[in-house]
Design a protein around this ligand. Structure first.
Ligand SMILES: C[S@@+](CC[C@H](N)C(=O)[O-])C[C@H]1O[C@@H](n2cnc3c(N)ncnc32)[C@H](O)[C@@H]1O
Length: 717
């Protein structure tokens, strides 16, 4: 109300739709405000005054009250002109609006307040408008809009800004699910010596491998067009202002906390395992030595696939549990059987339950020479018999295997009363690695994925196109047969089979053979000359893929990284691979270099890793060497890009293997070649000694007890 001495101004209804904006606030084309206004002349100011002159009232009666409403405004470059509608005045032609300058005595407060409110609403609605401090507001379409920007900017400055980086971290974490948001860092090029135990050796030319520098900056080299998640796409949906460097630092920060945690008591099964059809096995601890069926079930018939378990899911059982159990173990009682039934049915708490429930009465597992009487646990002292410990191992390992959809693992000792030497903290991992904090496992977004219908067509399956598995015409080919057996068609040792992965749209394709849960039950048994070994309880067909070597993966140049990691066998910290190789031979036999396939002297361009199965691992850690082996190994990847040096080592039957025949593989196939060369040179020396001549670099090997007629006499571990 009020104000101008000569005019009474009615308050305008600030919320009414009657607010009229002479200068449209949604004028998108930057053109003139009115359709009849002349088009702007190039180079001229856009903010030109309306050609309409400001009216003067002349000699109007000054003593009467004038009521009016502001109905709009027009903006010039520097000043605002208001359109005012007079209630008790009109021209001869009936029009009753006039233009008033901004310095009018009309009370503008209500109008301004209404305008401000309107602009605020506009600013709120236009959430798609990014606020950039660098934006020149004069490039926006209208003055009102630029005001809205300005007000929004002011508000954003006053209020906490959205944290794009936190959002991005959340997004990454969400996308990766269980997978840790790791990104491989740049690693210095390392000259690999490839002389460590169980090395996969071959004449592979490193030059055929691509350089692995999986920093975010170079991620595009890995993110093929078919990748369903790429950093590029991630950034585009969030804030374009996030630099890749920022993102990299984010990922790397998050990865610093990403060491997979391995619970000492396994986490409860939250149903993941239920996706898998778990074959029926005899209850692990209620069996005698299992009787092998006549034929091995085929992978296709039995092996339903499952998503690869997370490390935590896969892990499981520690020997300390054995001790915990043994301390509580009561004598067998009738109630034990009931409890046992409950435990077995309750998959979700299988290992936890093991700690609480007594073991069943001793089953007749054969242990020790037949003449000995099996000892029973002495509950008063906490001592338990070797037979009992074996049973507990069998239960525990089989429980984890079962949780992962895999067949049982039995333990048998028909030689003496020893048990396998396992560290008390040993944990069973059926099919995954545990990563050291220094290993930056690349996130799943870097995986190349496929969307093909038939992944057997290697040349059209995007996953396999990146593989080096190619024929002479450089065409990719499939690594497996139609019945899911390994085809033995790798051009050379060291070439990785690239299987389909979690990002592929095929969920159950034929290119996932090594990911099928093991359906061959195995028996860890005491051998006569080579410590503990392992054998199948059923016949195994040539080409059958049996499992992968699991363990703790660390960068090869840092064997021991953290004082928190308990390594009772070996407490020294090794800074280099050379130092690491100085560890006692009896301990080094459980390490597998993942780059052992590289030809010596050739520059290795990806980080070097070693899998150590002393504290974590599975049944494959018991596979002994033979100079006439019945297993072969090959490299396979499905949850890391092929170029980053983190393949799995898969074991495959290279012959038909009858049930209860020991599994063996050649720890160092390349030795054969070297040996032939050295022995050829040694021709002419005393006969008989020739057979045992060792190449210099093989000195330090240990005598081989494989018993094969083709025995080379020593093994390098
Ligand atoms: C990976 S472990 C195999 C499991 C091992 N036998 C055990 O009892 O734990 C490798 C170690 O087994 C022994 N070994 C394997 N094959 C052997 C062979 N042919 N002759 C002698 N010892 C062998 C060596 O001590 C070697 O360091």
């Amino acid at each position: 109300m009020v104000t101008r001495p000569d005019i009474e101004v009615l308050p305008s209804d600030s919320d009414s739709d009657g607010l009229s904006y002479v200068q449209s606030d949604i004028e998108e084309d930057g053109g003139s405000l009115f359709s009849d206004s002349p088009a702007p002349i190039e180079g001229q100011e856009r903010w030109r005054a309306s050609p309409t002159p400001v009216e003067t009232f002349g000699d109007v009666e000054m003593d009467r009250e004038w009521s009016c409403q502001i109905i709009g405004e027009e903006l010039d470059k520097d000043e605002k002109t208001l359109s005012v509608r007079w209630d008790n005045w009109q021209r001869a032609d009936g029009t009753n609006t006039t233009w008033e300058t901004d310095d009018t005595t009309v009370d503008l407060s209500v109008w301004k307040k209404a305008q401000k409110k309107h602009r605020r609403n506009l600013a709120n609605q236009t959430i798609e408008i990014d606020v950039h401090t660098t934006t020149d507001v004069h490039n926006t379409r209208t003055y009102l809009r630029s005001q809205a920007y300005q007000e929004k900017l002011d508000r954003v400055r006053r209020e906490p800004q959205p944290d794009y980086f936190a959002d991005m971290a959340k997004l990454l974490a969400k996308r990766q699910g269980d997978v840790q948001p790791n990104v491989i860092q740049r690693h210095a090029i390392y000259q690999g010596s490839s002389s460590s135990p169980l090395a996969l050796r071959s004449n592979q030319r490193a030059s055929t491998r691509q350089q692995t520098e999986l920093s975010i900056a170079s991620s595009t080299t890995l993110a093929r067009a078919s990748s369903t998640v790429s950093i590029a796409s991630v950034s585009s949906v969030t804030a374009t202002s996030i630099s890749k460097a920022h993102l990299a630092s984010l990922s790397q920060n998050s990865s610093s906390t990403s060491l997979p945690t391995v619970p000492s008591i396994p986490a409860l099964d939250k149903g993941k395992g239920k996706e898998v059809a778990i074959p029926e096995y005899p209850e692990p601890y209620s069996i005698d030595v299992p009787q092998p069926p006549s034929t091995a079930p085929s992978a296709k018939a039995k092996g339903k696939r499952r998503a690869p378990p997370s490390e935590a899911e896969d892990s499981d059982f520690s020997m300390s549990s054995v001790h915990a159990i043994s301390a509580q173990h009561p004598t067998a009682s009738s109630s034990a059987k009931k409890k046992r039934t409950r435990v077995i049915r309750s998959e979700s708490s299988e290992n936890v339950a093991m700690l609480q429930s007594p073991s069943p009465p001793s089953p007749p597992i054969r242990i020790g020479p037949p003449r000995r009487t099996p000892s029973t646990p002495n509950t008063s002292t906490g001592d338990i018999s070797p037979a009992h410990k074996l049973r507990q191992l069998q239960q525990a390992w089989s429980a984890v295997a079962k949780r992962n959809g895999a067949a049982p693992i039995y333990f048998v000792n028909e030689i003496d009363d020893s048990i396998p030497e396992l560290d008390p903290s040993f944990r069973y991992l059926e099919s995954t690695y545990i990563f050291s904090p220094t290993v930056q496992k690349p996130d799943a977004g870097f995986l190349t994925s496929c969307s093909c219908k038939d992944c057997r067509q290697a040349k059209t399956c995007d996953c396999q196109i990146v593989s080096e598995l190619r024929n002479e015409a450089d065409v990719p080919f499939f690594a497996y047969t139609h019945s899911g057996l390994y085809a033995f068609n790798l051009p050379r040792l060291g070439v990785e089979v690239v299987e389909c992965n979690q990002m592929c749209s095929c969920t159950n394709c034929d290119n996932r053979v090594s990911q099928i849960p093991r359906d061959v039950p195995v028996e860890v048994f005491k051998t006569r000359h080579c410590g503990w070994g392992v054998r199948p309880t059923i016949n195994v067909q040539r080409g059958k893929v049996l499992g992968i070597y699991t363990g703790f993966v660390h960068a090869s140049c840092l064997v021991r990284l953290s004082r928190r990691t308990r390594l009772p066998f070996d407490s020294k910290i090794y800074r280099t691979r050379e130092e690491a190789e100085s560890i006692p031979i009896e301990l080094s036999g459980y390490r597998f270099d993942l780059d052992g396939d590289e030809a010596e002297g050739i520059e290795v361009t990806h980080p070097l890793y070693t899998v150590d199965s002393r504290l974590h691992g599975n049944w494959t850690r018991f596979i002994n060497h033979s100079c006439s082996p019945n297993l072969e190994i090959y490299l396979v990847v499905h949850d890391t890009p092929p170029q980053c040096g983190l393949p799995y080592i898969a074991f495959v039957a290279s012959h038909d293997i009858p049930a209860r025949t020991e599994f063996t593989f050649d720890y160092d196939p390349k030795t054969l070649q070297k040996l032939a060369e050295v022995r050829a040179k040694a021709k002419g020396r005393k006969k008989g000694r020739n057979a045992m001549v060792m190449p210099e670099e093989m000195e330090g090997g240990q005598p081989c007890s494989c018993g094969s007629v083709q025995c080379r006499g020593f093994i390098i571990v």
